[in-house]
Design a protein around this ligand. Structure first.
Ligand code: DOR
Ligand code: ZN
Length: 423
């Protein structure tokens, strides 16, 4: 059996309250042992001195555009970005063409991901047929085919009765319903409702568009016992809504995207359509609230919403497709928050690995002895630039393009096998 010995790394594993310098031995596809000093003459050695060793990251929100829009990304290039960003598991959104709303599309995604064989690509199935918001999909057979969540992401589930029934089924089958909360009767424009939208004369997507659906979903989760997961939370009031319903015992979890933590709506003035994303970048006050909610546990996890688009689709601010790529930049962004003292390194790992795994009931996000060896080894200080050379996506749409980043993944190990190595 293949043996891999990761020596002298700073291990950070919140799942077993472990933080310190240890050796870690992988045997086959499992974590065999963690100790202060391990001797194993047969093992291949990774010298991790000065590096952080953590359970592989889990991203609950990526768009791999496969099938149907593979000029933006596909399961292979998306997987490459994922492992380069330290992710060993990703949940891919169903707004593909055709959408992931029937078992055969689920099977296509799973088979292609298995063929690519870099990271776990777990499909989210659509809540409604064609993501049109009118009729529930067959959630039972989608679950059997391998869906780990349901969402119409890209669009909200506007019909409250459909959402209520989806949550009832969710509580029966134990699969969470994710929601992209933006009331599409209110969210008609490109930018948040603040001074920037006003200045540029754009119609808006104000915070209340998000807050009303967030509150409705929490209420429905409370009454049905279903598990709702609020995707890309961005508002200060949204934080309070989630906190309130968690305290009431509703099964509510939520995620935040890295860009919403460090970029405010003012970035639109600098980056134009590259800063256009749904939900939109918000005010400084919202950023502040999100940051403290990370630290106090109201926000369960960080998800990238990796949303690749071609250059011609990001041409003009008013009509550009929303979204930015994010798999390779999430770690540097989150490390900048650690550097600033917003969160600890341990909290960061919790948000990027332990908690997202727990939300979808996955037995990963841990380095406990006997666990599957999905591991990230990163250098928190190494500086680099996302450019033509380092970018692994088919798309380039991010305001961070060409900027200096700090923190780089050195090894990603999945199922005990090195699937990414920094060069
Ligand atoms: O900005 C976004 N882009 N938000 C979404 O919800 C969808 C995504 C996409 O598919 O491009
Ligand atoms: Zn979304």
């Amino acid at each position: 059996m293949l043996k891999l010995l990761i020596k002298r790394g700073t291990l950070v594993d919140p799942s077993q309250d472990l933080e310190g310098v240890y050796d870690l031995l992988v045997e086959g596809n499992r974590v065999k042992k963690i100790d202060r000093e391990i001797f194993e003459p047969e093992a291949e050695i990774i010298d991790a001195e000065g590096l952080v060793v953590a359970p592989g990251f889990v991203d609950l929100h990526v768009h791999f555009r496969d099938p149907g829009q593979t000029y933006k990304e596909d399961i292979e290039t998306g997987s490459r970005c994922a492992v380069a960003g330290g992710y060993t598991t990703v949940v891919c959104m169903p707004n593909t063409d055709p959408p992931i709303d029937s078992p055969w599309v689920v099977e296509y995604v799973i088979l292609k991901a298995r063929h690519v064989n870099l990271c776990n690509v777990l499909p989210a199935g659509a809540v409604t047929k064609g993501r049109k918001g009118k009729e529930l999909t067959d959630m039972y057979s989608l679950k059997d085919a391998g869906c780990v969540a349901f969402t119409d992401d890209g669009s909200p589930v506007m019909d409250s009765e459909i959402m209520r029934r989806a949550l009832e089924i969710s509580s029966q089958i134990g699969v969470p319903v994710f929601d992209h909360c933006e009331d599409d009767r209110i969210a008609t424009g490109s930018l948040s409702s603040g001074e920037v939208a006003t200045l540029l004369g754009y119609s808006s997507r104000p915070p209340e568009a998000e807050d009303v659906l967030n509150a409705r979903d929490c209420i429905l989760a409370y009454h049905t016992g279903g598990h709702v997961h609020i995707q890309h939370l961005t508002t200060a009031l949204g934080v309070e809504i989630v906190r309130y319903f968690k305290e009431k015992g509703a099964k509510v979890t939520c995620e935040v995207n890295p860009h919403h933590l460090v970029l405010s709506e003012r970035e639109v003035l600098r980056y134009g359509s590259l800063a256009r994303v749904n939900p939109p970048l918000r005010s400084g006050e919202d950023l502040k609230a999100l940051r403290s909610a990370l630290a106090d546990g109201t926000i369960d996890c960080v998800a990238t919403d990796h949303a690749p688009h071609a250059e011609f689709e990001k041409d003009l601010l008013g009509v550009s497709m929303p979204g930015m790529i994010g798999l390779q930049t999430a770690l540097p962004i989150m490390l900048s928050l650690v550097e600033e003292g917003v969160i600890t390194l341990r909290k960061m790992v919790e948000l990027m690995s332990t908690n997202p795994a727990r939300i979808i009931g996955l037995d990963r996000g841990t380095l406990k002895e006997g666990a599957v060896a999905d591991i990230v080894v990163f250098d928190p200080k190494k500086e680099w630039v996302l450019d033509e050379e380092t970018n692994l996506s088919k798309s380039k749409n991010t305001p961070l393009w060409g900027g200096r980043l700090r923190g780089k993944v050195i090894y990603t190990i999945k199922d005990g096998r090195v699937v990414h190595k920094d060069n």
